[in-house]
Design a binder for this molecule. Structure first.
Ligand code: SAM
Length: 335
């Protein structure tokens, strides 16, 4: 178990004997963090890549790695999980590459340019949604154990499946602290009835989606926010400036072409957005951010850009390799 309270400094007394002097709480936190980081980045036997002295990417299953982490060892989780469970299976990725069938759907073209496929969550059956709930429960229980008290989770979702995912986090024991709305023009929804577009020109089957919900959860605090901040470095959110709190509506363009070229992952999130939420996730800028479903490493790159320690896992070696190449250029991008 990690407690920053254990961090101290050996100072010499007048008689030359070493004695533990209490440090100011901030120095204790920072001293504890350095030792702690060295241990946590080496946990487990899986293949890992130290992408920088503050960033490690491990080829592992998220639920497995969460179980390997010691209790109270991570300070924030920022992640964009799979929502079909099946969409990142090899069979469905092959169908995506072939351009037809499966859970990936190519949005209709309206300006002559080809669109990237999006996962089609409306094809999930009741059983698949139940399986998803079980999966998110396993992630949520693992996260609750691995996070320090007051640690935040920011988890990307979509309007069709967010209630199921968010409920799993609340059931596990997290407090819901709100939602960040990433305001973004997507190509989801807004379609006319399939095969009867001409017959029903004024009908769409669901709204065109213009936002992406990110659930925000917090592991219960120990004591007050101030006490929790001093002991664990967590419990609140970092402000953009002393006068400017994190806002829960963040207007954001879709991921830019330059970023997609660097990291051609089907679900790449934009640096401009990721850096804002990753930065906010550590209120004092001290601690470790973990992304269990790190994909091409956009969370890790964002953490590097704001100067944080971060660990990622992904069960696909292809995406781990993609992140190894994308990490430096993504984190160096101006946003
Ligand atoms: C939505 S994508 C995340 C993409 C990421 N936001 C980015 O910008 O590159 C979800 C990722 O989770 C990975 N994944 C799916 N199931 C997993 C599991 N059980 N453990 C770890 N990774 C998993 C997939 O390989 C995929 O890369």
């Amino acid at each position: 178990m990690y407690s920053t309270e254990r961090a101290g400094i050996a100072a010499k007394t007048k008689r030359g004997k070493k004695q533990q002097q209490p440090l100011a709480w901030r120095e204790q936190l920072e001293a504890g963090q350095i030792k702690h980081w060295k241990k946590v980045r080496e946990i487990g036997d899986e293949i890992r890549f130290h992408l920088s002295d503050r960033t490690t990417y491990i080829h592992d299953d998220a639920v497995h790695f969460l179980a390997e982490l010691p209790p109270n060892s991570i300070h924030a989780i920022v992640t964009d999980p799979p929502y079909g469970l099946i969409e990142y299976e090899e069979k469905h990725l092959q169908k995506r590459k072939a351009g037809s069938g499966g859970v990936w759907r190519v949005p209709p073209s309206f300006d002559g340019s080809t669109r990237a496929p999006l996962p089609r969550f409306t094809v999930l059956s009741g059983d698949e949604i139940n399986q998803l709930h079980t999966f998110f429960s396993a992630v949520a229980y693992g996260a609750l154990r691995a996070l320090v008290p007051g640690g935040h989770v920011f988890i990307a979702s979509n309007p069709l499946l967010s209630s199921m995912c968010f409920h799993a986090f609340q059931e596990a024991g997290f407090e819901k602290r709100g939602e960040i709305i990433r305001q973004v023009q997507t190509l989801r929804g807004g379609y006319k009835p399939k095969g009867a577009e001409a017959e029903f020109p004024d009908v769409s089957v669901m709204p065109r989606s213009c936002w992406e919900p990110w659930g925000m959860f917090r592991k219960p605090l120990i004591g007050t926010v101030s006490e929790n901040l001093k002991t664990w470095g967590t419990g609140g959110l970092r402000r953009a400036t002393p006068d400017e709190p994190l806002r829960d509506l963040i207007p954001c363009y879709p991921t830019r072409g330059t970023e997609r070229k660097i990291a051609p992952h089907p679900s790449l999130k934009p640096q401009r957005f990721m850096r804002q939420i990753v930065r906010a996730a550590l209120p004092l800028g001290v601690g470790i951010v973990y992304d269990p479903f790190a994909g091409s490493g956009s969370t890790l790159a964002a953490a590097a850009a704001v100067g944080y320690h971060a660990i990622g896992t992904d069960r696909s070696l292809e995406y781990v390799e993609m992140a190894r190449h994308a990490f430096a250029p993504l984190s160096a991008l101006k946003v």
